[in-house]
Write a protein that binds this ligand. Structure first.
Ligand code: TMP
Length: 208
């Protein structure tokens, strides 16, 4: 099973990712936890390039190509081998982030983006995607509360974040079978229960 977690910065994916890993391992499954951009040495180096603040503005095309370069490396070197070895893979962000951030956020043509993305990730699509949705103003408040320095993407203006939010909404609406949407302003326990109940249901159908 290939599961991804998505959502705007500050929506709080990490707590749920850890809970899903534990949940699956308790049921005897082998789990690989990974993230994008990143997940391999080379892809983590590309992550640095993408997130560090720089005096030189990054062109939107450069940005998309770097995210896709990191994904191509990650899929071929880590995700596909893990799936082939019988592991469940949980990934913190994947292709839906490119649609939301580079497609809706930067305005890159969605058809072109899909073609390039499919090529980069060899057509790999998650089995299930949990999208944690949080309004930009609330997400920003959470990020500020964290107190750490914001990265290049987190520093984008509120208009960009609104477009990204709408991009995630559109992803969820277009793919109801694969994407489960959660309201990140609900209590952590409420969302954890929903996610685990969903996975429990999936494991039951797999047994049959
Ligand atoms: P993270 O901080 O959740 O690990 O994500 C890194 C940042 O990169 C986050 O702001 C979302 C952004 N991103 C994109 O813009 N496009 C992508 O394809 C991915 C995977 C992440």
């Amino acid at each position: 099973m290939f599961i991804t977690f998505e959502g705007p910065d500050g929506a709080g994916k990490s707590t749920h990712i850890r809970a899903v890993k534990e949940f699956l391992e308790e049921r005897g499954r082998k789990v690989v936890l990974t993230r994008e951009p990143g997940g391999t040495t080379l892809a983590e180096q590309i992550r640095e390039l993408l997130l560090v603040k720089s005096a030189e503005a990054m062109d939107d095309k450069t940005e998309l190509l770097l995210y896709l370069a990191a994904r191509a490396q990650h899929v071929s070197q880590k995700i596909l081998p893990a799936i082939e070895a019988g592991c469940d893979v949980i990934c913190d962000r994947f292709s839906d982030s490119s649609v939301a951030y580079q497609g809706y956020g930067r305005g890159i043509n969605l058809g072109l983006l899909k073609q390039m993305n499919d090529w980069a990730c060899q057509g790999l699509v998650p089995d299930y995607t949990f999208v944690m949705l949080l309004k930009p103003a609330d997400a920003l408040a959470r990020l500020k509360k964290d107190g750490r320095e914001l990265d290049r993407m987190e520093l984008e203006d509120i208009a960009f974040k609104e477009r990204v939010y709408n991009g995630f909404l559109a992803c969820a609406e277009a793919r109801p079978g694969r994407v489960v949407t959660l309201d990140a302003s609900d209590a952590i326990e409420t969302n954890r229960a929903k996610i685990l109940e969903f996975l429990e249901g999936w494991l039951e159908t797999e047994k049959r």
